[in-house]
Structures are given as structure tokens and as C-alpha cells.
Design a protein around this ligand. Structure first.
Ligand SMILES: [Zn+2]
Length: 513
């Protein structure tokens, strides 16, 4: 018996088995049950959400020998031929590869003839937005006055590129991305029906990687079954996807919330003992922090059946939003710094300690408990000799932490006049221009300078003179210098010649400390 891939075997054959598109199914069922047939349907949605599958179901509804209905029999010649892609009156055309006017003209010329064996001719045009302008015009004529026996099903991932004249003649349905919980539940059903052993915690990472597409989820499941030699284990799936067990990441954030440095480092050691990728860990940690931030700003935004939902929501309650933002930023930065660290474990541990050290200031501008910030930096500076115009030097010595520190580090001084610090931050960091952070920066400047100050922060064009930009330039320069040293090294050159090798610049790491 030949093995049939799961995505094909489990392709929905009727409205009842189509998962996650209840709103579309309800409307279509209602229309077919009431015999209210439209001559053109447009299905929109990203790839893999089931547009072609839905088109085949609609073609069966229209052509089932038992009559037009929302419940095609699935057994008659028309139903099974449509299912198998052999029905002469059902044509699937991919506009991405047949975008010219000739293909469209040929198709439309055939449209005037009555169906050969079915009730209706059904033309399914996928990626319809890719048709050329002439091809659209040719189609429009038929759409305006369609023969009674012709139905169009158009599908697109990019409805904005479909001319309004076409849109206005179609009944439009937007197919949604499949929720993660629905994918997990479906994968479990498939595995049970197929008699494949699996660990439940193996499924959420697969669903996440599928990013809303059931077809991708089933393809990944096929790979996972092959990878696990017939069963689906969580460790195998994580190895296959290169993802990190989320329980490690949740434990890390819980340790951070408890300000428990010892636990933090113990978890990092545990991860190293399991040879987990620290680069993947920082990427997945950022993704987890993003979900926590969503839970904080939009209550109940997390899916009901999202795995680990309770732990994520507990963290969302426990960490304040500013801390989550800061951890996120540090995770991204830590990932960038990882190749420069003495080794990945050290780089990862330093990133975690940075999260522990630079907790945002408590409200009122007071620095939080001493162990987290260097006493010298946390203590308010004595009133200085005034501001001489060297903003980076001032920004480095303000003794602020958290996102206020990020604001000071990423801002450039556009102008200084009458005690007003006119600062610009890169547009990509416009969140740093938040009024609350501006207030805290103003308080820190007044503490440091010993006199009143005003602060104005606007997102805009930057020249690269901020503390952060200077540090980034320094890192690039060190990387370039290391690359020059490696490329110019006689021994390395001999190796390259001997083995006919090539130096990959991005693999060069600066280990000078
Ligand atoms: Zn049928």
C-alpha cells in the first residue's frame, strides 16, 4: 500500500470537516440550502488556509448528481471526479503561472459551451491578482454577463491587487488563519485515527511553526512521523524544528519575576547540558515575551486552548509591561551580541543577568533595590559644572535604568537651548518617546545637573551620534577588524589553498575581550 501524505488524506471533503472557517461555512451552507447561487465567489486569505479545498467543496455542491445542496453526496461520479481532479467541467487555473491574456481568452472561449457532464462549469482561478490587466479585462466581460451555466471561483492572497470592477461582481469570503488551539486539536485527532503514538506536548510547537495553515501543519506532522520513526515525541519535534522547550523559557521568566539570579543561571546550565541552541532560545524567548505583552494590553487576546496559557497569563499579571518591553529588547540585543560572546553559554547567561540588572525604575523615579544596579550608577550624581553639549557622555552617566536608560542611549541631541533638551529617537523606536519615559528622563537630568531641565523627544531621522549607535559601530568595526586579521593570516591562507576552502565572513567571531 502506498503511503498517502496526511495533508492530502485529511483534506476536508465537505463543509462539515472544514475546520476553523465556521463563518464562511455558515454563509455558504445557508446559500446552497436556499438555492441562492451567485455566479462569482472570491475567497481571500493567506496561503494554506484552504481556499482550493473550499473551491472543490463548492464545485461539488453545485454539481452533485443528487442535486444542488450544501451536503453533496461525495459518492456520485461528479463528486468523486471533482475530488480526484478529473471532472471535465471543473477547471483549476493558477494565475501565477498562466497570467497572460491568451490563457484567459482560451478559457473564456470554452465557457460559452454548455457543461459536458455537470450542471455547471466551474472555473477556479487561484492567485487571481496575478492576472495581467488585459486578462482581467477579458474576464470582466464574462463576469458582467455570465452564461447561466458558468460559475467563477476566484482566490487570492492579496485582494487589494484585484481591480474593484472585479471585486464588486463577486461574493467575497475572507478565510481566517487557523487558531493554534484548533490545529493542535485536529493534529491529535489525525494521529489517533492513524494509530500513531504521540506526546501531547509535541503538538503545540508544530502548530506554532505552521503559522495558521492546516496544510503546513499536516505536512510538518508527516515529517515529524518520519523523523520519529513512526511516533511523534516532543524532543524529536523540537530537534526537527530547532525550537527550545517552552517550559525552560517560562521557568526563566518566572525566575526573573522572583529576581532569583541563582535559579536563572541554574536553568541556563541545565539548557547547556541538554545542548540546546542559545540562539534559538533567545529567539523563542522574544516570541514568548511578545505573547505576554499581548496578554497584558489586550485582555483575553490569548486563545482559550493555547498551551501553557495559564502560566503565560500568570506572568502577564506578575511582570509590569515596562519590564516585559525591556526584557524583549534585551533578548533581541542579546541575540545580536551572541556571536561576539566568548561562547554561547556565556552570552546567554550575560543576557539573562542584564535582564535581572536593568529592571525598570519603580514609579517616582527611585532606583529599585540595590543589588540590581551598581551603587555608583544608581546614586544620584552630585550637581555638575553644567551641560557642555556632550550628550553621549551625559547619557552614559545619568544612572537611569530600564527603558529610560534605553531612551537616553538611543536618543540624539538635536538642540539644547534654555535648559531644553530637544532629542530625536529613530522612528523604529518611537515607543521610547512615551511621555512617561520623558518625565523620568527629565527628573534624572535635573538630579544630575542640579537645576531645572526640560525634555522633548520626537521620533525622526537620526545621524548615528547616540550612545547606542556608537556602540553598534564599535562592534561592527571590531568584527571588520577580526575579519581583516583572519583574511590576512598566512596560516589561514595556506588552509584555504590546501583545501580549496572559502572564508565565510559572518562566521568570524571577535574573541578579544
Ligand atoms: Zn454527489
Amino acid at each position: 500500500m502506498t503511503y498517502q501524505v496526511l495533508a492530502r488524506k485529511w483534506r476536508p471533503r465537505d463543509f462539515g470537516s472544514l475546520i476553523g472557517q465556521e463563518h464562511v461555512v455558515k454563509a455558504l451552507r445557508h446559500a446552497f440550502a436556499g438555492q441562492r447561487l451567485h455566479h462569482a465567489y472570491l475567497f481571500t486569505g493567506t496561503r494554506g488556509v484552504g481556499k482550493t479545498t473550499l473551491a472543490r467543496i463548492v464545485a461539488k455542491c453545485l454539481n452533485c448528481e443528487a442535486g444542488v445542496s450544501a451536503e453533496p453526496c461525495g459518492r456520485c461520479a461528479a463528486c468523486s471526479e471533482i475530488e480526484g481532479g478529473r471532472f471535465v467541467d471543473y477547471v483549476e487555473m493558477d494565475a501565477a503561472s498562466n497570467r497572460g491574456v491568451d490563457e484567459m481568452t482560451q478559457l473564456l472561449e470554452r465557457a460559452v459551451y454548455s457543461p459536458t457532464s455537470g450542471r455547471f462549469k466551474v472555473y477556479m482561478i487561484d492567485e487571481v491578482h496575478q492576472l495581467s490587466g488585459h486578462a482581467f479585462n477579458a474576464m470582466l466581460k464574462t463576469l458582467e454577463e455570465p452564461p447561466a451555466h458558468l460559475k467563477f471561483i476566484l482566490a487570492t492572497t492579496d485582494p487589494q491587487k484585484v481591480p474593484v470592477t472585479v471585486l464588486s461582481r463577486c461574493l467575497q469570503f475572507n478565510l481566517k488563519l487557523m487558531p493554534q488551539g484548533a490545529i493542535v486539536a485536529h493534529l491529535a485527532r489525525v494521529l489517533e485515527a492513524e494509530g500513531v503514538a504521540f506526546e501531547p506536548e509535541a503538538l503545540p510547537p508544530l502548530a506554532r511553526a505552521a503559522a495558521g495553515s492546516m496544510r503546513d501543519a499536516l505536512s510538518l506532522l508527516d515529517q515529524a512521523i518520519a523523523h520519529g520513526a513512526g511516533s511523534v515525541g516532543a524532543a524529536d519535534v523540537r530537534a526537527m524544528l530547532g525550537t527550545v522547550d517552552e517550559t525552560y523559557l517560562l521557568r526563566l521568566l518566572e525566575a526573573l519575576a522572583q529576581e532569583d539570579g541563582r535559579a536563572l543561571l541554574a536553568i541556563a546550565d541545565e539548557m547547556q547540558a541538554r545542548s540546546l541552541s542559545f540562539d534559538a532560545a533567545l529567539r523563542d524567548l522574544a516570541s514568548l515575551l511578545q505573547r505576554i505583552a499581548v496578554a497584558q494590553s489586550v485582555p483575553r487576546a490569548l486563545e482559550e486552548d493555547l498551551p501553557e496559557r495559564e502560566r503565560i497569563e500568570a506572568l502577564a499579571q506578575r511582570l509590569d509591561p515596562e519590564t516585559v518591553q525591556l526584557h524583549y529588547q534585551i533578548a533581541l540585543q542579546g541575540r545580536e551580541d551572541l556571536p561576539l560572546a566568548p561562547d554561547e553559554h556565556a552570552g546567554f547567561a550575560m543576557t539573562l543577568l542584564r535582564m535581572l540588572t536593568f529592571l525598570p525604575e519603580a514609579s517616582g523615579g527611585e532606583a529599585r533595590p540595590a543589588h540590581r544596579a551598581k551603587p555608583a550608577a544608581a546614586a544620584p550624581s552630585r550637581p555638575g559644572a553644567g551641560f557642555e553639549g556632550d550628550w553621549p557622555a551625559l547619557a552614559r552617566n545619568l544612572g537611569v535604568s530600564g527603558l529610560v536608560r534605553e531612551l537616553a542611549r538611543n536618543a540624539e541631541l538635536a538642540r539644547y537651548e534654555d535648559g531644553l533638551f530637544d532629542l530625536v529617537v529613530p522612528r523604529a523606536m518611537s515607543h521610547l518617546a512615551d511621555k512617561g519615559y520623558q518625565e523620568k528622563l527629565k527628573a534624572a537630568l535635573e538630579r544630575h545637573l542640579g537645576r531645572p531641565a526640560r525634555v522633548r523627544v520626537t521620533p525622526g531621522d537620526v545621524r548615528g551620534t547616540s550612545v547606542a549607535a556608537a556602540e553598534s559601530n564599535e562592534r561592527s568595526a571590531r568584527r571588520a577588524e577580526a575579519a581583516r586579521a583572519v583574511n590576512g593570516d598566512r596560516f589561514v591562507q595556506d588552509l584555504v589553498n590546501l583545501f580549496d576552502g572559502k572564508i565565510v565572513d559572518s562566521s568570524i567571531r571577535d574573541v578579544k575581550k
